[in-house]
Write a protein that binds this ligand. Structure first.
Ligand code: UD1
Ligand code: UDP
Length: 362
């Protein structure tokens, strides 16, 4: 029996790895699930285990309050005893937890698999881009979502062990959509009509860690609301909430009547909010993919994206945070013809990954 160690730690890793973890559990190997503790609030963490019926981690660590370099260093130190005996270490995506798991596997001489391999923004000022490149350079098995991501890997001379398997964001979505339709009452709770609001999420370090950029984004949100003639529902990531407080921008945000701020939502509520939105505005990777699946147009509040497939098919446009550019993008996307295909697979990514892992372990 082989020992597989999967390391997760943040909201998107929990959501996108839930279907993969379940498929790996079914292999009958010794599958150890490790949570770094990078995300820890109920609504950033436990809620997703509960809603997605994901088993509890075998090892739960703490990282609360740690700065980025210490998130990596502490995770490496804490997780080392678990990884020591692994036949395969699996990490997902591009977070500090991802890079810690990847470096740890490498330093301990254990084979590494990277899920969501090969996506690139080509912007190394982003911590995430650096984390992805490191994980991909160190991985023996690389699960790329699309041919574009395979091509990115090829350009970095990574060709062995690459498998295009789609993105498990679709597995999670398909598994949970019917449940969400049945259980979520978020629209009635918030007195929202289908198609009657814009959904906004905004948390990237490069957007919210600068006072000027965050202040300008608030102006852009207001411009977007006016252009759409709709209120904006804004579930706020704790990083953004913290920055609004620190920068003294809370009052300004509260003084924007179209901007309706709420706590981060659970996954089932988020699926319903995305599906029924007139438009999604976001800097989240997951929301760019999910809105594409729902055929809800997206405006990405960034200068680049590692999801170019969404730009090519027109489900998404880049707008940065300049108010005029955002206004134009909102106008354009509200008129989008919602007939694009889903480029991220058929919801079998978790199963495909488990099959490849089983073959790799022999
Ligand atoms: C991290 C990822 C980012 C991903 C995001 C998903 C890195 C480098 N970045 O960013 O790629 O898009 O997760 O949401 O790993 N906080 C809480 N409670 C929590 C979690 C965070 O209060 O449960 C606050 C803390 O003040 C913390 C701050 O948010 O310092 C930032 O959290 P951190 O995990 O460092 O980065 P994210 O912005 O969440
Ligand atoms: N999400 C959620 N509630 C929220 C915001 C996001 O359930 O209030 C989900 C969303 O549906 C997606 C994932 O969290 O599956 C995206 O995570 P996030 O935006 O934090 O990270 P990113 O995708 O940018 O790495």
């Amino acid at each position: 029996m082989s020992r597989i160690v999967t390391v997760i730690g943040t909201r998107p890793e929990i959501i996108k790895m839930a279907p993969v973890v379940k498929a790996l559990d079914a292999l009958g190997d010794d599958h150890v699930l490790v949570h770094s503790g990078q995300h820890y609030d109920l609504m950033m963490d436990r809620i997703f285990f509960r809603e997605m019926e994901l088993r509890e981690p075998d090892h739960q660590f703490e990282l609360k309050g740690q700065r980025p370099h210490l998130q990596v260093a502490t995770t490496m130190r804490q997780v080392a005893p678990v990884v020591k005996a692994a036949d395969l270490v699996i990490t997902h995506g591009d977070t500090n937890t991802t890079v810690a798991g990847a470096l740890l596997a490498n330093k301990l001489g254990r084979p590494l698999a990277h899920v969501e391999a090969g996506i690139r923004s080509f912007d190394k000022t982003m911590a995430e881009e650096v984390n992805r490149i490191i994980a991909d350079q160190l991985a023996n098995l690389l699960f790329a979502p699309t041919e574009t991501s395979r091509e990115n890997l090829r350009r970095e001379n990574v060709t062995d062990g690459v498998h295009v398997v789609g993105n498990s964001v679709i597995d999670a979505l398909i598994e949970n959509l019917a449940i969400a339709e049945k259980r979520s009452d978020i629209l009635s709770r918030l007195e929202l009509d289908a198609g009657g609001y814009v959904l906004l999420t905004f948390h990237r370090a490069e957007n919210v860690d600068s006072k000027e950029r965050l202040a300008r984004a608030l102006v852009a949100f207001e411009a977007a609301a006016h252009e759409a003639g709709l209120p904006i529902l804004f579930p706020i990531h704790p990083r953004t909430a913290k920055r609004l407080r620190e920068f003294g921008l809370e009052k300004r945000a509260a003084g924007l009547p179209p901007l309706r701020r709420i706590e981060p939502t659970g996954y089932l509520d988020m699926l319903m909010l995305e599906k029924n939105a007139a438009l999604v505005m976001t800097d989240s990777g997951g929301l760019q993919e999910e809105s594409c699946f729902f055929r809800v147009p997206c405006v990405t509040l960034r200068e680049n994206t590692e999801r170019p497939e969404t730009l090519e098919i027109g489900s998404n446009v880049l707008a940065g945070t300049d108010p005029e550019r955002v206004r134009d993008a909102v106008r354009r996307q509200l008129d989008a013809k919602r007939d694009w295909p889903n480029p991220y697979g058929d919801g079998t990514t978790g199963k495909q990954i488990a099959q490849r892992v089983a073959a790799h372990l022999g």
